[in-house]
Design a protein around this ligand. Structure first.
Ligand code: SF4
Ligand code: SF4
Length: 469
């Protein structure tokens, strides 16, 4: 029998410790084991803390431990020889990069906006869909239901939007590109899950084909979820890049971009369309390459290296939560710096600048042409990201601008984002902001926009309601 000094000390494997405390009691003489404080990232439990300095290797703690691998005698077989321990000690997971595969560039399709977004998702490598049908977004889900089984993918109609977004949590946590189509009431239901996606840094793409509200509202086109998307993505400090397509082509392009950004930042991305755009048929040019997804190092996957990954948004220790919040806020700052996008139409010398996105931007573009024919130096500033609002693109245009006119299908949600962005940028405060608005499933017409622009100017820095439903 080895002397006390020579007896090997036990080894604690905290990933297997459930924190029952029996070993603490067993070591009541030497006090080598104490209650732990931190949640273990793999187990989600709080293992004990082992302080081996005073340990004499008596192994009473090992005998008291009900877990086979939590406390192991120092002379037990090396942990690497234990199948369970060795699995948890697998090499660090490596990222398998995406591949881009040449595709039929230049080919065109004539498709609905919702179908274009579904095609974009498939070309981005999405093979997993979770959703619940809701008009006017159902066509996107319908196409995914037809195509995914043929492509070896999974289409799952969940019992509700709440279930769907939490299925995205599991799939996205596995490092797989996944998505849903929904519309405003369904989007509201998903927001708790979106907060969890953000908190756990899990990618996923949500296409919200907005309709009129509040409540059940109707199935007419609207932009009623801009506020919800930019300022209310569930509890906590939540933000996500929000893309605002205006054409079926952009529905496809933005869907592909959304997956790229979602994995780049490990954060969900929202595509905000409107009911008209979802149903609108248009020509769509296919890209030159499609994406064959790899596997991120952080994914929970079935091999030994990836299996030990854990995704969680729970940080019971306040300091840990604050550090996590700061990490997420730094990501928002990076998104704000790098992802502001806008399309400019005849803005170079514009004195009257229309601001519009989604389908209303199409009417606004027609209005700009008509105003130019009348000799009015009009232009269209079209945010392609509503969050982050593209202030960096807008502000350089402002020295020439005498008037901003926000055209939208909501009660002023886009205008609020514009005003907030200008305020944060410290720019444009002296420029009057007018608006042309419709609601209730109606879109502003070109005639209404022209009437709004031609009408009497609002007092400086005061919003004026020109048209309302
Ligand atoms: S081996 Fe003995 S002394 Fe060492 S921690 Fe376990 S019970 Fe305490
Ligand atoms: S007895 Fe085993 S499982 Fe219980 S706290 Fe101690 S090491 Fe962990």
């Amino acid at each position: 029998m080895p002397s006390i000094e020579a007896r090997p000390k036990p080894e604690l494997h905290p990933e297997f410790c459930k924190g029952c405390g029996r070993c603490i009691e067993a070591c009541s003489v030497h006090h080598c084991i104490a209650e732990g404080r931190d949640i273990h990232a793999q187990s989600g439990l709080v293992p004990v803390a082992f302080h081996p300095d005073g340990c004499n290797g008596c192994n009473l703690c090992v005998e008291a431990c009900p877990e086979p691998y939590a406390l192991m005698a120092g002379d037990a077989a090396g942990p690497e020889e234990h199948p369970v321990v060795s699995r948890h000690r697998a090499p660090a997971p490596q990222t398998v990069p995406d591949e881009r595969v040449a595709f039929a560039e230049g080919k065109t399709l004539v498709v609905k906006g919702a179908h274009a977004a579904a095609i974009g998702a498939l070309l981005a490598g999405c093979r997993h869909f979770f959703g619940y049908p809701i008009t006017p977004s159902t066509e996107g889900a319908e196409l995914m239901a037809k195509l995914l089984p043929r492509l070896g993918g999974t289409f799952l109609q969940a019992v509700s939007e709440v279930a769907a977004v939490n299925m995205m949590y599991g799939c996205g946590g596995g490092g797989k590109p996944c998505m849903t189509f929904t519309s405003s009431p369904g989007f509201s239901l998903m927001l708790e899950g979106v907060s969890y996606l953000i908190g756990s840094e899990i990618p996923g793409v949500i296409v919200n084909v907005m309709r009129a509200g509040p409540g059940l509202g109707n199935i007419g086109p609207a932009q009623a979820d801009i506020k919800l998307t930019c300022r209310g993505l569930g509890h906590g400090a939540t933000h996500a890049v929000a893309l605002a397509p205006s054409t079926p082509q952009e529905m496809l392009d933005h869907a592909m971009l959304a997956f790229e950004l979602s994995f780049k930042y490990r954060n969900p991305v929202v595509i905000l369309a409107d009911g008209y755009l979802g149903q609108m048929t248009g020509r769509v040019r296919l890209p030159g390459a499609l994406v064959k997804p790899g596997l991120p190092a952080w994914a929970v996957s079935g091999d030994a290296a990836h299996r030990k990954n854990v995704h969680t948004s729970i940080y019971l220790n306040e300091a840990d939560q604050e550090a996590h919040d700061e990490h997420i806020l730094a990501k928002y700052a990076a998104m704000t710096e790098a992802e502001q996008r806008a399309d400019l139409y005849r803005c170079e010398d514009a004195e009257v600048l229309l601001v519009a996105c989604n389908t209303p931007a199409r009417m606004a573009k027609g209005a700009v042409r008509a105003l130019r024919d009348e000799g009015v130096a009009a232009g269209l500033f079209r945010p392609q990201t509503i969050w982050p609002f593209p202030a960096k693109v807008l502000v350089p245009l402002l020295p020439r601008v005498r008037r901003l006119v926000v055209v939208e299908a909501s009660e002023g949600q886009l205008e609020d984002e514009l005003r907030l962005a200008l305020s944060h940028a410290g720019a444009g405060q002296a420029i009057p902001i007018d608006h042309v608005r419709r609601q209730g499933g109606n879109l502003p017409s070109q005639r209404e926009i022209l009437e709004g622009v031609r009408g009497p100017r609002a007092p400086r820095a005061t919003a004026r309601k020109v048209v309302t439903a």
